[in-house]
Design a protein around this ligand. Structure first.
Ligand code: ADP
Ligand code: MG
Length: 695
């Protein structure tokens, strides 16, 4: 782009027609300082004037819209209270709008002011009357007398009115939009049904039809998603071509030996995941795979299989859990499975004595340690692996592409990576935040896993529920969880706090039972002791925060109460519930709420209706929206300006396919036709995706 054009697009807003220094200053405060910014300050919504009708076309009982000028208004005291009536001249007739008990509405009335009324009209001779219509002021200056079919609604700041901004936009759009640079090649636009940039910008501000608006939005959503997918595709490719791993193949002998260690048959999904993982590990390119499996689907076994293949190849494997509790649990599972084998498993945990730690580090450095199990915190410290072949990261649902730990061993090769998550991630999100990973999915539970019966209970049902829990503990020797959300003292919520619940239960309903408390601020030793006592049955009821959330496996604990459940997200509730139903009998889960709103009630209903984590994730996404749930930012990706992973999930698919195609045929984006896309991609994602030199 020539520098003249760049300069032109960078014209400070105050020099644009109709802006001036006062409004320019206001715009600057909204982060709009250049002509360019104004072009990309897209409307947040639109007034749809296409459905409006003339007075003589109105029909009773149907919501309709009319446009006209204010003629007059009056106020009356009626039996139903103060009434405001407004007469609007719609050209070929009048419409009378009526509001009760809204005296303030007259403040905006002004003779000849253009308004739009939306409501259900009724003919009451001699007028069409609308009761409590929605009123929209179109403009209070005359030169906007004939409104377009759609009017943009901008996010505004004080001192700038919609009609000001509309007027400014109408003035500046033709000249400036035509100077914008098109990043897509011409034939690409045609093939992918994308509006050219100039048309798209004009149409997104002043669309003339629903279709035009749809295509204008589509163009920008697509572009935003495509640019990211381009970056991800290149990152994937770089990973394939630049990084080298030692192939860790398997064979029949190894396979038989590993399988002998499991006391059960692997499920079909486990077999499939293992096959995909082993395929990757047998290659000289590091595996970079996400294993997505619902809570309880048996991911640990899959990971152990992969680690044993690494060990059989004379390489080390490291297994990282997010918490100490989980690391210890994995350690126990692995040790049990590997009892009497020559595989040497070492723990790397907090709270180890310096001498102990030194000797473990020694074993790791010499290669005497085959499998290292620890918390993700060990990533932070430099561990001197001798021959690191495989890294397994368990329950990594909070981190995405960007922060994935980079562990290196002394050798030049990179290890294979397996990332596991029990958070079922909707496809469109996985393709975005984990877009550079290969994905294996495990659905369904191993045989023997029991279902969990879920109730949403009212406060009146408390006594009944506690009676039920008591009976189950007495008669069936079951154990129970009571989960309480973390409540900061300062918070003015109705939610019940951990200590309060603990006190109440141990002095009331559960007096005489062995009851324990567990939360994140306890020391590691305390937490371990409590978990040990719970596992051995020494504690019968565990009152806990979400520290028990992921992965904890105590089969005898089969009953769960969740307090103030409205404070948990769907996927968190699902994780919690996944702690029970692990034994031979179905589990029971009940949720209590303290101050639910409509949304949380909806969420809890969905929660009670299914235990399929993938279904729950999709529902959660619909209720809460992607931004909130899978904030791309928490995964290190800058927020989207216009795309929405829920609404636009089909475009995510499309953009991803197209980006992969482009990178396959032009790996360095060296084709001059792709230069602008390449530049835009690097500008936005070069650093976050760590792309270095492309090409
Ligand atoms: P998650 O995927 O949530 O990490 P786990 O790996 O903890 O699940 O497995 C859940 C439970 O299922 C464990 O008790 C495990 O021993 C058991 N399990 C795993 N695979 C099988 C199988 N193929 N058959 C029977 N039980 C299994
Ligand atoms: Mg697990």
């Amino acid at each position: 782009m020539s520098s003249e054009i760049v300069d032109f697009l960078r014209t400070p807003v105050q020099f644009l027609k109709g802006v001036g220094s006062f409004r320019g200053e206001r715009l600057n405060r909204m982060g709009i300082s250049r002509a360019f910014d104004l072009l990309f300050n897209f409307p947040r919504d639109y007034l749809d004037l296409t459905d409006r009708c003339e007075v003589n076309q109105l029909e009773e009982g149907k919501i309709q819209t009319v446009v006209g000028s204010i003629d007059s208004w009056e106020s009356q005291l009626t039996r139903r209270g103060q009434m405001q009536a407004l007469f609007v001249n719609c050209g070929n007739g009048f419409v009378k709008a009526i509001w009760f008990k809204m005296p303030f509405i007259v403040r905006e009335f002004a003779r000849d002011r253009r308004v739009m009324l939306t409501g259900k009209p009724k003919f009451d001779h001699p007028f069409w009357v609308m009761m409590h219509p929605q009123i929209t002021y179109l403009s209070d200056n005359d030169d906007e007398a004939e409104p377009e079919s759609f009017l943009p609604i901008y996010s505004l700041t004080e001192g700038i009115k919609q009609h000001h901004l509309r007027k400014i936009m109408r003035e500046m759009l033709p000249a400036y939009a035509s100077k914008l640079e098109e990043v897509f090649p011409q034939d690409f636009l045609i093939r992918h049904q994308l509006l050219p940039i100039e048309n798209a910008v004009k149409a997104i501000h002043f669309p003339t039809s629903k279709e035009e608006l749809f295509f204008a939005k589509r163009r920008f959503v697509y572009q935003e998603l495509f640019i990211l997918q381009l970056g991800l595709a290149i990152r994937r490719l770089q990973h394939r071509t630049k990084l080298k791993a030692t192939p860790l193949p398997t064979n029949r002998t190894i396979d038989v030996r590993i399988r002998q260690r499991f006391s059960f048959q692997l499920t079909e999904s486990q077999e499939k995941a293992i096959k995909e993982i082993l395929d990757d590990m047998s290659k000289a390119v590091p595996m970079n795979r996400l294993l997505q499996g619902d809570v309880g689907s048996g991911k640990t076994v899959v990971a152990i299989y992969a680690m044993l293949v690494a060990a059989a190849n004379g390489h080390q494997a490291v297994f990282m859990a997010p918490t100490e509790i989980l690391a210890r649990q994995h350690l126990r599972t692995i040790n049990r499975i590997l009892e009497n084998s020559r595989v040497n498993v070492v723990p790397l945990l907090g709270g180890q004595r310096p001498t102990e730690r030194a000797s473990i580090l020694q074993e790791i450095a010499t290669g005497a340690a085959n499998i290292i199990v620890g918390t993700q915190a060990i990533v932070a410290s430099e561990i001197p692996f001798q021959k690191l072949g495989l890294v397994v990261i368990d329950e990594q649902h909070k981190f995405g592409v960007m922060q994935r730990a980079a562990l290196k061993s002394n050798e030049k090769f990179d290890p294979h990576y397996l990332v596991m998550t029990a958070t079922p991630i909707p496809r469109s999100v996985a393709m975005t935040v984990f877009g550079d990973l290969d994905v294996s999915v495990m659905r369904g539970l191993p045989p023997g896993r029991q279902k969990v019966i879920t109730y949403i209970s009212n406060p009146e049902d408390r006594t009944k529920w506690w009676d039920f829990v008591t009976r189950k503990i007495r008669e069936n020797r079951w154990q129970a969880y009571v989960v309480v959300p973390l409540v900061e003292e300062s918070e003015n919520f109705d939610a019940r706090s951990l200590n309060e619940v603990y006190e109440q239960l141990s002095n009331g309903e559960f007096a005489g039972f062995k009851i324990g408390i567990l939360h994140g601020r306890m020391s590691t030793e305390e937490k371990d002791r409590i978990m040990f006592d719970f596992r051995t049955g020494e504690i019968e009821i565990l009152v806990a925060t979400t520290v028990i959330e992921v992965g904890v496996d105590v089969p005898n604990a089969n009953i769960m109460t969740i307090e103030s459940a409205e404070r948990f997200g769907l996927s968190q509730l699902h994780q919690l519930r996944g702690r029970i139903g692990r034994g031979k009998k179905p589990g029971y889960c009940t949720v209590f709420t303290s101050s639910p709103n409509e949304e949380s009630q909806k969420r809890l209903k969905v929660f009670a209706s299914t235990s399929d984590g993938f279904k729950l994730a999709e529902e959660d996404l619909k209720i809460r929206g992607a931004g909130d749930l899978f904030g791309t930012q928490q995964h290190g990706i800058p927020p989207f300006k216009i795309a929405d992973l829920v609404r636009d999930r089909e475009i995510v698919d499309e953009a991803r396919r197209d980006a992969i195609d482009m990178v396959t045929s032009d790996p360095g984006l060296a084709n001059p036709e792709h230069a602008k896309l390449r530049r835009q991609m690097l500008k936005r994602y070069g650093t976050v995706l760590n792309l270095g030199d492309v090409g």
